[in-house]
Design a protein around this ligand. Sequence first.
Ligand code: AGP
Length: 613
Amino acid sequence: MCGIIGYVGRKEQRDILLGGLRRLEYRGYDSAGIAVQRNGSLVMTKVKGKIRDLEKAASSLDLTGSVGIAHTRWATHGEPNDINAHPHTCCGNRIALVHNGIIENYQSLRTLLKERDHHFTSDTDTEVLVHLVEEHLKDSYGHSLEEAVRLALNEVEGTYGIAVIDAEQPGVLVAARRGSPLLLGIGSDEYFVGSDVAAFAEYTREIVYLNDDEMAVLSPDGYLVKNLQAEEMNPDVEKITWELGQIEKGGFDHFMLKEIREQPQTVLDALRGRVRPDTGQVKLGGLQDHQDLLKNAKRIIFTSCGTSWHASLIGRRLIEEFVRLPAEVEYASEFRYSTPVFTPGTVLIAVSQSGETADTLAALHLAKEEGIPCLGVVNVVGSSIARETDTGVYLHAGPEIGVASTKAFTSQVTVLSQISLLMAQLRGTLTEERQKEIAGELVRLPGKIQQILDDTDCIEKIADQFAGADNALYLGRGYSFPVALEGALKLKEISYIHAEGYPAAEMKHGPIALIDDDMPAVILAPGDHVYEKVVSNIEEIRARRGRVLAVATEGNEAMADLADWVIYVPETLDCFYPLLTVIPLQLLAYYVAVRRGCNIDQPRNLAKSVTVE
Ligand code: AGP
């Protein structure tokens, strides 16, 4: 979704605001804008396009000023163009406002404000906010910007992260959030607001997370946090733990390739200090005080979206295999509007890289309203899902900038494996031998992933063959079915080739009609307990002159005779093949998209964390 940055301080606003937008661009990149307050007026420009287009448009502007805000957009209401870009200003051009989220009652507010002679210029939902603030700023009320924003927000339904400045109140920035991420950066006599810590991480490591229905007033004298009843809050100031280099490309052409190649390390980081291969024991800090909950759970419901949903499908299998508990996986967007039956002993696990996905957050709220214990498996520290679940486990994968999720997926599966192993340990559902075998193999996986990444030439060659395809079919059985879905999603997301993931056996019930020599089929065929069945599926495709790329286990020479192309991965346990077989599929999608000249890190129409429904 959109990215917001704001700054109060003496440094040059241009570098801070435009630099911050560049770091937030993965959140939305169809239009952008900037506004600075100076000498009783606003200096502002906004354009359709990327941050580089905004930099060009702003190059002739004097952006020195006491306070400034900027925005990069992912359009929800009103197509991407110069008018609908943010900031939006009020009739008198006194106030400028940037917004991330959706104002649900904007139509009725717009009608009301029009009756009070407010003139609207854009098609956005956001614009009603700035006119509403203007309405409360009318002289007759004598309200401050802070008060006017608070009163305006009390009339709004929907989600928002906003930053507002006023031409007549130098050095003052008012920010607020409900449902969309927003946090403060605390510097030495300078203050930042941002949708993501990456926006200002190079200037301060001290941050304050705003909670829903909280607002902040930043000025050179300091910052205040209040709720929408104007009561003062005293939030903790927390420290960022990761290094700035982690949000740089580090010499790679794209963040996605960097993050794919980080996986031996990120899987290791997801295991660090948590698994004892010698004893098979697992210890997860966040779950230490919740062992009874894990011991007495009778049913697990996973809820998530996109790639996290695919990881959750693997989580379900791990829970059923290791813990012998019924487990379900719910699309959060469907679950939130369903009427689920929460039986006693149900535990909900929300899986999310960003921790800000609106549908997953809403599904979590639904379960919490019913008093269901909720765990989080999240990457972004301090994100909404992390703070609103009862407890959980962090991935420790570091910032994931590429819109197409890669390292978060393998870290999610690694953490879900550990949660399943811990529950088995607490409930005695695995023999000590089996527990040691599984834990022993887990810690060997980073090395095996590195093995795959050490030789990717064959994947590049195969990508040459795939780059011209219009469609592709991904097939897998058991633990490999979710990997087929994930592989297809990666190809779709960044190369725009239409691809479908399917349970391999389901093919006979329809998709096999699509098979011809133009439809490449990618088949997960590791040496697991369903291997022979997958071989039959390959033969069914071959019988219809379909072309097959198989991902198989090292040493399986026979596969070279069966498939047109084979990518080998090291041997492992059935349950851990997803952590190996997904790597070649991530790389295949990447190299195909590069050959098609696609924008890898910012694929069209997508955004990194979907904070609106
Ligand atoms: C995956 O590559 C996509 N970026 C998308 O499907 C993503 O997985 C989904 O939006 C869920 O995001 P989350 O894990 O941050 O909740």
